[in-house]
Design a protein around this ligand. Structure first.
Ligand code: F6R
Length: 611
């Protein structure tokens, strides 16, 4: 989704930094980009373009940047108004004195626009953002910071903004409410970004802004205060993990690279967290005593997309392994339906980015209702991780491809360890704990086995790549895997795919089956397999081609299909992980065969920061 970068520092460095920062944010998904630079004589120059950052870069080649010390830039993912140069950020005030980039949605923009229009302001875009520079101008009486303060106090909705003022070429102001802003400190320069990925090759010392805070930034100084002018002392955080996009290496796409990284990323997620001797897990970020854990009487997971699917699987683990009633909710539904949360409810927000607006709203709702909130996030220092106060990081490394792969498998591994810990805290004995611990330790090598099947999976995917509709069916722990497999396929191939509980198929969806609608049947050797074989028969009776996932050299599906994907034998808890890795590969090769843009699928964003 939209990305912000800002720079204030040495001569000539502003434009190259901003363009590089935008490229580092490309993975988030966008449809237009723009940049504003201010020179020492108080002139703001703005360049915008539709499409990729490289188009913006080409347009910028003709501009004279030698006198530009400060600038702001943006990648826009259209919400209010189509992708166009007029709607691209930065947006300027009527006089051109202020330039603003904005992430989030201003909910009262039409009311503000009406008011400003009556006061003589002329608008040139369809965006909600454009009211911000006009509002700042309206409040301006020579004091830049006071004008920004006055303006943001009028906004409702969400914003992360960076602002330039032609009268203050050595100052940049940023503020946030609901959209992340991080400030990078690089000695002779200071920077702003909506995502630390844009900064990390320049500095590892950062300041995170909290909601309703702003920062007044010069090349040598950063002053943080609330938007009500109360001074704030903020500790510098050091980024110790590698968030840089290392490049694709020998892989054609980031998605394939990230699929292949899973033995290592899951290895990192479980490293040091399994105590084989005790048959238990150690999750220090959870920060709960055994007594506090024993008092948890319900678990509610709140998440979106792939993280929701991981959470659904987590509920199977918590009930089956830990013996704790658990449910999962799409985060926005959780937030808006006034959920019942008791003091001993553990709420688990799950988010790769840690910035998903709906999940963040759910965190705030849960904190407000007094729940114990523990986030499962990948991005260290993200808003959800910080506001939850406690949690478990994935250590999956940066995930660049829009379609989540390694974050999903790490989320599931973390949930399995959490279920083990809570189970051992209750009725699970040492022997069962040790068996499950050993099984968790095996996950990286089991994934490695699946990756060896890539040529077979590729051939099967190519054979079915003309299909327009697919069903994915699974039972028990494989039902969330069916949902995740279908989501992967639709995201990157734009082909309709639905995940279903295998038993539900005959309650309606079976009406859609015929020889043109393949069914991906998850028929691993776990409880429920016999019933699954019956469901496969039902599909074949409607002439649907079947693509079966089975365990090892199991022949159970040979009578129905030759398209068989084999995953190694494992417990029912680990089978969804190996199966999803196979389905990720299936989706990848299917989309590739159709010539789709895999890493940045149309309409999608990596981090969904609007509700
Ligand atoms: C699926 C995908 C999305 C995200 C969802 C939540 O491949 O990437 O469905 O899973 O937008 O994002 P996070 O986990 O960052 O909260």
């Amino acid at each position: 989704m939209c990305g912000i970068v800002g720079y204030i520092g040495s001569e000539k460095a502003a434009a190259p930094f901003l363009l590089d920062g935008l490229k580092r944010l490309e993975y988030r998904g966008y449809d237009s980009a723009g940049i504003s630079l201010v020179n020492s004589s108080g002139h703001i120059l703005t360049v915008k373009s539709i499409g990729k950052v490289v188009h913006l870069e080409q347009k910028c080649q003709s501009i004279q940047c030698s006198d530009m010390y400060a600038g702001i830039a943006h990648t826009r993912w259209a919400t209010h108004g189509a992708p166009s140069e007029n709607n691209a950020h930065p947006h300027l005030s009527g006089s051109g004195k202020f330039a603003v980039v904005h992430n989030g949605i201003i909910e009262n923009y039409s009311e503000l626009r009406k008011r400003l229009s009556m006061a003589g302001h002329k608008f040139v875009s369809d965006t909600d953002t454009e009211v911000i520079p006009h509002l700042i101008e309206e409040f301006y009486n020579g004091d830049f910071a006071a004008a920004v303060t006055g303006a943001v106090q009028q906004l409702s909705g969400t914003y992360g903004i960076a602002v330039l003022c032609a009268d203050y070429p050595d100052m940049m102001i940023t503020a946030r409410h609901g959209s992340p802003i991080v400030i990078g400190l690089a000695g002779n320069a200071n920077m702003v970004a909506s995502d630390v990925t844009a900064l990390v090759s320049y500095t590892r010392d950062v300041l995170y802004l909290n909601d309703d805070e702003m920062a007044i930034i010069t090349p040598s100084h950063v002053e943080v205060r609330t938007i009500n002018n109360v001074p704030v002392t903020r500790e510098v955080s050091r980024i110790s993990w590698d968030v840089s996009a290392d490049g694709k290496g020998t892989f054609e796409h980031f998605m394939l690279k990230e699929i292949y990284e899973q033995p290592e990323s899951v290895g990192n997620a479980i490293r040091g967290r399994i105590d084989l001797k005790a048959g238990n897990a150690k999750l220090s970020g959870l920060d709960l005593t055994p007594r506090e854990m024993a008092l948890i009487n319900r678990i509610v997971v709140a998440a979106c997309g792939s993280s929701f699917h991981a959470g659904l699987l987590g509920t199977y683990y918590f009930e089956d392994i830990s013996g704790i009633p658990a449910s999962v909710e799409q985060a926005a539904e959780f937030r808006y339906r006034n959920p019942i949360i008791e003091p001993n409810t553990l709420v688990l927000p799950i988010s790769q980015s840690g910035e998903t607006a709906d999940t963040l709203a759910a965190v705030r709702e849960a904190v407000n209702k007094g729940a114990i909130v523990a986030a499962i996030c990948n991005v260290v220092g993200s808003t959800i991780a910080r506001e939850s106060g406690r949690g478990i990081y994935l250590h999956a490394g940066s995930e660049i491809s829009v379609a989540s792969t390694k974050a999903f498998t790490c989320q599931v591994a973390v949930l399995l360890m959490l279920a083990l810990l809570l189970g051992r805290n209750r009725r699970m004995n040492h022997e069962t704990g040790t068996e499950l611990s050993q099984e968790i330790m095996r996950i990286p090598s089991l994934i490695q086995e699946v990756l060896k099947q890539a040529p077979t999976i590729e051939a099967i995917a190519k054979k079915h790549a003309n299909a327009h509709d697919l069903f994915y069916i699974g039972r028990g722990c494989l039902y969330p895997a069916a949902l995740e497999g279908a989501l992967k396929l639709k995201e990157i191939s734009y082909v309709h795919a639905e995940g279903y509980q295998a038993a539900e198929l005959k309650h309606g969806p079976i009406a859609l089956l015929d020889e043109h609608v393949p069914v991906v049947a998850l028929c691993n050797d776990i409880p429920g397999k016999d019933k699954m074989l019956g469901n496969i028969q039902e599909c074949r009776a409607r002439q649907s081609p079947v693509i079966a996932v089975v365990t090892g050299d199991d022949d159970c599906c040979a009578p129905f299909t030759e398209d068989i994907i084999r995953v190694p034998a494992s417990s029912r808890f680990v089978a969804p992980i190996t199966t999803v890795v196979a389905l990720q590969l299936f989706a990848y090769y299917f989309a590739k065969e159709r010539g789709c843009e895999i890493d940045q699928p149309r309409n999608l964003a990596k981090s969904v920061t609007v509700e």
